[in-house]
Design a protein around this ligand. Structure first.
Ligand code: ZN
Ligand code: ZN
Length: 387
């Protein structure tokens, strides 16, 4: 089921507003809280269900088709054929990715919305209305909390401009409007892990002193057996659970301020893109454990002071997982093209912290925009510039 939050006043599609933290109607200016909109939606849904029950299942609700597209030569042919876009470029390529596309029907205009199988919030490519894919956000897939966007799109664009002005990548094409139109706000799925860590750390602590005797300069090294046993709790260690986002890039956007977290409600996503997690917490755990082990070791080492050298002799790090939580965190993304390569600029949608250049897979850059044109753009440019 897909849904668009409609204005109670004029039935226009409402968006979450980053600066007010409320749902706003761009048509009549009406503003409502997230809770009110969710409540109205639930009432509407209950009414619709009652009506559907009355109609005794004459009609099917929703319409989902899953199309398996293997992004190879044949796949591009089939997409191109389906949408009447011709392409004659048949140079071989090496990129092989499997993308599961899904087709939904827009509840506002009836247009077809094509997304991949992790998209949870997108826009209709025909009427532009924000559209939520409810089944990606309910039941097991429901995030427990989220941090709403507080930074507006303009600020992300401004930061990107300032960054390109630094001279790293200056061609004017970069700052052109078309490039900046690819700015999208995305709720990225993250797992937060709470770990208890026990570190047993042994080191050789050295204290060095010098002495001059006649012509000789003597160096004394005193060795101390240093032992530290540390118990630490690391709470809310984040790991992005998105296949689409680069792990390192997401790490660079930290820290997020978790005290601003809100209970998850779907209206927050209206007007943004959102993805559901591609990985479970179990799949993410090894990556987080490596990180937590480093924290533990650094912490233990940091308590050893007053030595000229500290040489690690042994360490034993034990971790126990206490809790995981599935959350969505706000990220502004600008994808851009430079000399035929695709790059990505990202900004923490809560704090404004930015991270620049990373080449991204062309097919993935296309999917980010969730619309059929963008997907095709991604698939076809993978073949070397059809457009
Ligand atoms: Zn309105
Ligand atoms: Zn539409």
């Amino acid at each position: 089921m897909i849904l668009t939050y409609k204005c109670p006043g004029c039935a226009g599609a409402m968006n979450f507003n980053e600066s007010t933290g409320k749902m706003e109607c761009p048509f009549c200016g009406r503003s409502e809280t997230v809770e009110t909109m969710q409540q109205l939606y639930l009432e509407e849904e209950a009414k619709a269900e009652a009506a559907a029950a009355a109609a005794a299942g004459q009609m099917e609700t929703g319409h989902i088709e899953t199309v398996n597209i293997d992004v190879g030569m044949g796949a591009v042919d089939s997409v191109a054929a389906a949408t009447n876009i011709e392409h004659t470029d048949d140079r071989p390529h090496t990129e092989e990715e499997s993308i599961n596309l899904r087709v939904y029907t827009c509840s506002s205009c009836g247009g077809e919305i094509l997304t991949d199988d992790v998209t949870a919030a997108t826009f209709c490519s025909y009427c532009g209305n924000p559209t939520l894919i409810a089944e990606q956000l309910t039941g097991q897939k429901r995030p427990s909390r989220l941090i709403p966007f507080t930074i507006q799109k303009d600020r992300a664009i401004e930061a990107f401009r300032a960054w390109t002005h630094k001279g790293i990548l200056t061609p004017s094409t970069f700052r052109s409007k078309t490039n900046l139109e690819k700015t999208v706000g995305i709720y990225v799925p993250f797992w937060l892990f709470d770990y208890g860590v026990l570190v047993n750390y042994q080191a050789d602590g050295q204290i060095i002193s010098h002495e001059i005797r006649g012509e000789y300069r003597l160096t004394h090294t005193d060795h101390y057996d240093v032992h530290r046993k540390i118990h630490a709790e690391y709470d809310m260690v984040p790991a992005d659970a998105s296949k689409e986002m680069d792990d390192h890039m997401m790490d660079c956007l930290e820290p997020f301020n978790y005290s601003a977290m809100k209970e998850f409600e779907m209206p927050y996503l209206s007007g943004f893109y959102a993805e559901k997690n591609s990985y479970t917490d179990e799949e993410m755990a090894p990556r987080v454990k490596t990180r937590v082990a480093q924290y533990g070791e650094t912490h233990a080492r940091g308590t050893i002071k007053g030595y000229a050298n500290v040489i690690t002799k042994g360490k034993d790090i034990r971790m126990s997982l206490k809790k995981t939580e599935y959350v969505l965190l706000p990220v502004w993304i600008i994808n851009y093209e430079y000399k035929g390569e695709h790059y990505r600029f990202a900004m923490n949608g809560q704090t404004g912290k930015t991270v620049g250049v990373l080449p991204v897979s062309k097919a993935k850059a296309g999917i980010m925009f969730g619309s059929i044109m963008a997907v095709i753009w991604g698939l076809l440019t993978a073949f070397g510039g059809v457009f």
